[in-house]
Design a protein around this ligand. Structure first.
Ligand code: TRP
Length: 332
């Protein structure tokens, strides 16, 4: 049986991935490379839905690629590419827009949240059509599985609806994808405010761990991580959200189970435990950071890897685009 196809995308909107990006998404991408035919896309066109600085977009696209490679995405096992280098995304994106109801698109909660933050006049039309471009990203590759966070569930549902509708009206064209919603256990919280998700847009910065930050910076952040009342290292998300978050992080990177960690730190204080989490995180990312920085030194090599991935993506995408056009009656 042929391998199932996996596709996911990440926006190049920051210099460094943070710990939540890695544990909540990229780590699963690396695991899914085994036994699947994986396509991973740096979705730079999606990043254009808000005001962007050209130098930053370029730098962050390359930094995202370097980090994905350093974190274990292998160009031999997966197809790693840049969305804008595959023009079929824009081409199918238009078809997706023509297949989506205005009311249907207006119900997307992410659009409603983001546009209400900036105000209707500042929100771009691209922010509104974002889910249709995402549907094109997914359907172009006949993807079976789409690993995403909970916040993308509605976009996957929309993609499935559009694909089903298209297939019914114009004949079998698209594989109906399944969302592979990443495990709750992979959810990482701000280490200063463990009730909110680790994220660039919220929080103080001191509660966010960037994987490319120097080891000293991250050691310091963990030393001042917020803990809870009591002194027992115990997993309890209600009474001990801070310690529970640190246990999740430790366990994910050290490979030790939460209960083994509770046992190991039984009778020791929060201080010892925080020092151990800090060390596990810093040592885990030390070689990854070095590798990413090394990849960034040789831009021509990095670009060659991306061009190779984009070329492979284009040939798969073109086949889907052609059958879509053909089924629609477009003269080829
Ligand atoms: N919207 C996704 C996010 O913000 C990124 C994305 C774009 C994506 N296209 C995709 C994810 C296709 C999965 C599949 O996280």
């Amino acid at each position: 049986m042929s391998k199932k196809r996996v596709l996911s995308g990440i926006q190049p909107t920051s210099d460094s991935f943070h710990l939540g990006n890695y544990l909540g998404a990229v780590k699963q991408w690396v695991e899914l490379q085994e036994g699947h035919d994986a396509f991973y896309c740096i979705v730079d066109l999606h990043a254009l839905t808000v005001e962007t600085d050209p130098a930053l977009l370029r730098k962050r696209t390359l930094m995202s690629a370097a980090q994905l490679l350093a974190l274990g995405i292998s160009p031999e096992k997966s197809t790693l590419f840049v969305q804008s280098q595959v023009p079929q995304h824009n081409q199918l994106g238009w078809i997706m827009e023509c297949m989506t109801g205005f009311g249907e698109a207006s119900r997307m909660t992410q659009f409603k949240d983001k546009s209400s933050k900036s105000g209707a006049d500042a929100a771009r039309v691209g922010l509104f059509t974002y889910p249709m471009l995402m549907a094109a990203d997914i359907l172009l590759y006949q993807s079976h599985l789409v690993p995403v966070g909970e916040d993308q569930r509605q976009h996957i549902e929309l993609t499935r609806d559009i694909a089903g509708r298209f297939n019914t009206r114009y004949g079998q064209t698209f594989q109906i994808p399944e969302g592979f919603i990443l495990k709750q256990g992979a959810k990482i919280y701000d280490i200063q405010d463990p009730t909110s998700k680790m994220s660039k847009s919220s929080g103080s910065g001191s509660g966010l761990i960037d994987i490319l930050d120097a080891p000293e910076v991250n050691l310091k952040k963990f030393k001042s991580a917020v803990t809870d009342a009591g002194r027992e290292v115990k997993f309890d998300t209600i009474e001990k959200p801070g310690i529970s978050n640190l246990l999740t992080i430790h366990s994910a990177l050290s490979g030790k189970s939460i209960s083994d960690l509770e046992y190991e730190f039984d009778g020791k204080g929060y201080g010892d435990f925080k020092a151990s989490v800090a060390e596990v995180v810093v040592e885990y990312f030390r070689p990854i950071r070095a590798h990413a920085l090394e990849l960034l030194e040789d831009e021509a090599h990095l670009l060659a890897i991306l061009h190779q991935g984009s070329e492979k993506a284009r040939s798969v995408a073109q086949a889907t685009l052609e059958s879509t056009y053909k089924n629609l009656g477009v003269v080829l």
